[in-house]
Design a binder for this molecule. Structure first.
Ligand SMILES: Cc1cc2nc3c(=O)[nH]c(=O)nc-3n(C[C@H](O)[C@H](O)[C@H](O)COP(=O)(O)OP(=O)(O)OC[C@H]3O[C@@H](n4cnc5c(N)ncnc54)[C@H](O)[C@@H]3O)c2cc1C
Length: 578
C-alpha cells in the first residue's frame, strides 16, 4: 500500500488488502472509504472482507462504490453529506486512487481554490487537470446537477496513437511502431505499476522459476519515446476519436490500439473466489497463486488431484494441461504417482484443439494414468469441504451435475473480454474487439486496431501470437496515419509450448485452421514429439526474448507478409497526417 496525503484529514491509495488495513490502523487512520465496486478485476479483495478487517480494528468502513469513469453528481452529493461527519484521518481507495482523489477534489472545490486542490492532488501523484472545468463549476455553484461526467467537455490531450493497455501486446506494438517511425507521438494508458511475463507462471507452479523472475516495474519496460498515462480507460467514443478515463478525462487519438487483454472470470464458478488460494484450490493463472500450486504439489502424497479447463477461448489453451503434466512428473519422480488419482476435467470435447498434437499428448495422459473427462465444466467449489461440482454434457446434449471430491484442485477460470470492452461500440456479439482476422483493423472504425488477447481474431491467445501481431498492427496503423489502406497481413500464428515433463516440451506452433507453422526446421525441433531443445528454449531463452526483444520491437523470427497492392486512400480523415 502506498498512502498519499491529499490534505491533513484525507489520504488516498490504490486498492488495499486486509493486511493493509492493519498498517493503516497503525498509521492512525480512523475511517476507510472504498470507492471501488466489487468484482472489477481478478484477485480483487472483497469489500465484505475489508469491512470485517476494519471492524476488528475498531475503524469505520464506508462503501461508496464508483464505476470507473462515472463519478456522478449523486456520488459527490453522498460524499458531501458524510464529509463533515467523518472521523479523521480518512483513507480513500479505488483501483489506482484516481476515483477517490477525484471525489475528494470535487468536494473540496466547493470551498477551496481550484488551483490549490489541483496542486494537492498533483503532489499526491494524481493529475486531475482534465477535471478543471468541472471543479470550477463546482466552486461556482454547490447545487448538484444531473450531468454524466463522461459527457462533459473536459479538456483532453490529443495523440497520434493511443494504446489502451501496457501488457505484452500494448508494449510490443508501441515498440514496433517506434521502430518504423521513431518520432511518432504514442500514449500508452496502463493502470498497473507492474508488468508480468505470464508464460513464466507455468514454471513458477512447478517450482522451476521464482515468481520474481516473472515481473518487472511498468516504468522499466515502458518503451523509450512513449508517454505513459498511469490511468485506466473506462469507455470509448469512436465517433469523437476519444477514450474516456476513470476520472472522466477525455483523450483524443488519430489511431487507437486496443490491447487491454482479457478478464479472468473467477465469479463464474460459485464459491471459487472465496476459496482460491486456500483449502487446496489454486491456479497458475495468477501471479500470487502460482507459488501455491507448487506448495500443494509438494505436499500431496495421496488422494485426488483435479485439473480443470473451461470452455474456449482461454489464453494459452495448453496452460491447464501444462500444470497437470509437470505436477504428475514431480509425483512420478518422488514415487507418489501410484497413490494419487489425477483427473483432467475439460469442458471441451478434445484433449487439444489442434489434432496433430493429440497423439504426443495422449502418450503422456497414458503414462501418468490421467482420467480424461471431456465435456465437464466446473460450476461450483466448496473448498473447506474439498468438493467441486461439474456440469457433464452427454452425446445427446443432456446435462447432469456431478460431485467430485478433491485433495488438490487446479482451476483455469472462464475468460471473457473485459467489461469496459464488452459494453463498448468496439465489441462484436461475443464481446471481443471486432477486427479483421488478417489486418487486425476494426471492422467498423478504420482508425482502430485490436491486438493481443482482446481481439476477435480466431488465433490461439498467446504472447507468441503477439510476436507476429504487433508488427502487423504497427505497419497497418502507420499506413492509416498516412492516409493509406492497411497492407500487412497476420497469418494467425500462435504457439503453445506444452511442458509434458520436466525437461521436455511438445512445441505446438500453428496458424489459422491449425496450419502447421514451425519456427525451426523439423530436424532441430520435431513439433510432434517431446523435445529437450524446446524445453531449453522455454526455460533459458524465451524469458530473455520476451523482455529484450519482443517488448523492445526487435522482431525476432518475424517475416511480416505485406500485400503487393497499391495502397488506396482511406476516408477516415481524422487519422491522416496533415
Ligand atoms: C498461466 C499462463 C501461461 C501462459 N503461457 C504462455 C506460453 O507458454 N506462451 C505464450 O505465448 N503465451 C502464454 N500465455 C499467454 C500470454 O501471457 C498472453 O496471451 C499475453 O500476455 C497477452 O497479452 P495482452 O497484452 O493481450 O494482455 P496482457 O499481457 O494481460 O496485458 C493487458 C494489459 O492491459 C491493462 N488493462 C486492463 N484494463 C485496462 C484499462 N481499463 N485501461 C488500460 N489498461 C488496461 C492491464 O493492466 C494489462 O497490463 C500464458 C498465460 C498464462 C496466464
Amino acid at each position: 500500500m502506498n498512502m498519499k496525503k491529499l490534505s491533513p484529514r484525507v489520504f488516498v491509495s490504490e486498492q488495499i488488502t486486509t493486511t493493509d488495513i492493519g498498517i493503516a490502523s497503525a498509521q492512525g487512520i480512523k475511517t476507510i472509504i472504498n470507492n471501488r465496486p466489487d468484482n472489477e478485476a481478478q484477485g480483487q479483495p472483497k469489500t465484505a472482507d475489508l469491512a470485517a478487517a476494519a471492524a476488528k480494528l475498531g475503524m469505520a468502513f464506508i462503501d461508496l462504490p464508483v464505476v470507473a469513469g462515472k463519478v456522478t453528481d449523486e456520488h459527490i452529493e453522498q460524499f458531501e453529506n458524510m464529509y463533515g461527519e467523518l472521523q479523521a484521518p480518512v483513507l480513500m481507495f479505488c483501483r489506482t486512487g484516481t476515483r477517490s482523489a477525484s471525489l475528494w477534489a470535487l468536494e473540496e472545490a466547493r470551498t477551496l481554490d481550484v488551483d490549490a486542490v489541483l496542486a494537492a492532488a498533483a503532489e499526491a501523484g494524481y493529475n486531475l487537470s482534465a477535471m478543471r472545468s468541472r471543479l470550477v463549476s463546482r466552486s461556482a455553484t454547490a447545487a448538484p446537477s444531473a450531468r454524466d461526467p463522461a459527457q462533459q467537455d473536459v479538456s483532453g490531450d490529443r495523440h497520434d496513437v493511443v494504446i489502451v493497455g501496457g501488457g505484452t501486446a500494448g508494449l510490443a506494438t508501441a515498440s514496433s511502431m517506434l521502430k518504423r517511425k521513431p518520432d511518432l507521438d504514442i500514449l500508452v494508458i496502463e493502470p498497473r505499476e507492474t508488468h508480468y511475463y505470464q508464460p513464466g507462471w507455468t514454471l513458477v507452479g512447478a517450482g522451476i522459476f521464482d515468481r520474481k523472475q516473472t515481473s518487472r516495474t511498468m516504468a522499466s519496460v515502458m518503451p523509450k519515446g512513449v508517454k505513459w498515462k498511469h490511468a485506466a480507460v473506462a469507455g470509448f467514443k469512436p465517433e469523437n476519436n476519444s477514450v474516456i478515463l476513470e476520472d472522466g478525462e477525455r483523450i483524443e487519438y488519430r489511431v487507437l490500439v486496443a490491447a487491454p487483454g482479457l478478464k479472468l472470470d473467477w465469479d463464474a464458478v460459485e464459491g471459487l473466489g472465496d476459496t482460491l488460494g486456500k483449502s487446496g484450490v489454486t491456479s497458475n493463472y495468477l501471479f500470487d497463486m502460482a507459488p501455491y500450486t507448487w506448495d500443494l504439489v509438494q505436499e500431496l502424497n495421496e488422494g485426488r488431484a483435479v485439473f480443470t479447463q473451461p470452455p474456449m477461448p482461454i489464453k494459452c489453451a495448453g496452460a491447464p494441461q501444462k500444470a497437470m503434466y509437470l505436477s504428475c512428473d514431480h509425483w512420478l519422480t518422488k514415487g507418489k504417482l501410484k497413490d494419487i488419482t489425477i483427473d483432467f476435467r475439460n469442458a471441451g470435447g478434445v484433449l487439444f484443439g489442434v489434432a496433430d498434437y493429440v497423439p504426443a499428448l495422449s502418450k503422456y495422459v497414458d503414462k501418468y494414468g490421467i482420467n480424461l473427462c471431456l465435456n465437464e465444466n466446473l460450476v461450483a467449489v466448496d473448498g473447506p469441504a474439498r468438493k467441486a461440482w461439474f456440469d457433464r454434457t452427454d452425446g445427446e446434449g443432456n446435462t447432469s451435475r456431478i460431485e467430485v471430491e478433491f485433495d488438490m484442485l487446479h482451476v483455469c477460470p472462464l475468460q471473457t473480454a473485459p467489461d469496459f470492452i464488452r459494453q463498448s461500440p468496439l465489441a462484436n456479439d461475443a464481446g471481443w474487439v471486432d477486427v479483421s482476422a488478417e489486418t487486425l483493423q476494426h471492422s467498423k472504425f478504420g482508425n482502430i486496431f485490436g491486438v493481443g488477447d482482446v481481439c476477435s481474431a480466431p488465433n490461439a491467445k498467446t504472447a507468441a501470437a503477439v510476436r507476429k501481431q504487433a508488427p502487423v498492427v504497427a505497419e497497418n496503423a502507420i499506413k492509416v496515419l498516412s492516409g493509406n489502406a492497411p497492407h500487412a497481413v497476420y497469418d494467425g500464428y500462435g504457439s503453445c509450448p506444452l511442458t509434458v515433463e520436466r525437461g521436455k516440451i511438445v512445441l505446438a506452433e500453428f496458424g489459422y485452421g491449425g496450419k502447421h507453422l514451425p519456427s525451426f526446421p523439423q530436424w532441430l525441433i520435431n513439433s510432434y514429439e517431446p523435445s529437450r531443445l524446446a524445453w531449453l528454449l522455454k526455460e533459458k531463452m524465451l524469458p530473455g526474448i520476451y523482455w529484450n526483444l519482443l517488448l523492445k520491437g526487435k522482431e525476432w523470427l518475424v517475416d511480416t507478409e505485406l500485400l503487393p497492392q497499391v495502397p488506396v486512400s482511406r476516408e477516415h480523415k481524422e487519422a491522416v497526417d496533415s
